[in-house]
Design a protein around this ligand. Structure first.
Ligand SMILES: Nc1ncnc2c1ncn2[C@@H]1O[C@H](COP(=O)(O)OP(=O)(O)O)[C@@H](O)[C@H]1O
Ligand SMILES: [Mg+2]
Length: 248
């Protein structure tokens, strides 16, 4: 079986940066799981996601989604992956519904299909009463939930979320986490980044810790805690491997 995500020796040096964003990153993500990509600020998580989505080109190495090269096969992959970026990617002057119609059409979906799917997701994510309000008027949590809906309209097999619970209220966060667990039950794969270890420990089947553009360790949260000396929770494991130095 192909991996959902397979990254081999990926390197990326931005021109105006003094250190590489990715320095030979290698990792594997199994299908039909929730995987947490964890790492301190500047570890290379967003760069990795941008390469997977075809937004950034790697200098060298390999990034594949279901065995398809991310640099070369974005037209194919676009229909298979759904992306929720760190910064909300919706038109703030349009209503949620207008955004969904626009994005759905970009994916070549039929009007009725878009309406049906959007309606279901709006209800599931508690936004049905706000469908016809402008996104610019939404709270952070509402924008994030709306962005998740937009990324799922084409029923992707892999959903990639960059810090989906950062800056959202507690209730939105709980709903998003519950929703992601449920989404996995439909045979989907979820790759998400977070710096909330307690959350990752609850949600993830497996976590991958990266630092300074390199793979550090991976495993189930339970195994990692068990196999790392003097650790009682995932946060201890994270600090054990990434140290206590601040990364501002
Ligand atoms: N467009 C860019 N131009 C220059 N440097 C960048 C750019 N994007 C990321 N970087 C640098 O690459 C490193 C990794 O960044 P990033 O992938 O955003 O990390 P993370 O998401 O784990 O916080 C950081 O040192 C960051 O400053
Ligand atoms: Mg980031």
């Amino acid at each position: 079986m192909a991996f959902a995500v397979e990254i081999n020796d990926l390197k990326k040096q931005f021109k105006d940066s003094y250190q590489p964003a990715l320095d030979g990153l290698t990792l594997r993500v199994n299908e039909k799981q929730v995987i947490g990509l964890l790492g301190p600020n500047g570890a290379g998580k967003t760069t990795t996601i941008n390469i997977l989505c075809g937004l950034v080109t790697a200098d060298s190495g390999e990034a594949k989604i279901f065995d398809r090269d991310c640099g070369k096969e974005q037209n194919y992959l676009r229909n298979i992956i759904g992306v929720v970026p760190q910064r909300i990617a919706l038109f703030s002057h349009l209503t949620a519904w207008e955004n969904f119609k626009y994005i759905g059409r970009l994916y070549g979906l039929h009007e009725n299909t878009i309406s049906e799917r959007a309606q279901k997701l709006l209800e599931r994510l508690g936004l049905e009463k706000h469908a016809h309000k402008r996104v610019g008027t939404f709270s952070g949590g509402m924008k994030r939930r709306a962005n998740i809906i937009a990324s799922l309209l084409h029923h992707p097999r892999l959903i990639i979320l960059d810090e989906p619970t950062a800056g959202v209220d507690v209730q939105s966060r709980a709903m998003i986490l519950e929703f992601l667990s449920e989404y996995k039950e439909h045979g989907k794969t979820i790759l998400y980044t977070s710096h909330l270890m307690e959350e990752a420990e609850q949600l993830c089947d497996e976590v991958v810790i990266v630092d300074e553009g390199k793979f550090v360790v991976s495993g189930t949260p339970t195994d990692l805690v068990k196999n790392t000396a003097n650790c009682n929770k995932l946060e201890d494991v994270f600090l054990h491997y990434t140290g206590h130095t601040l990364r501002d």
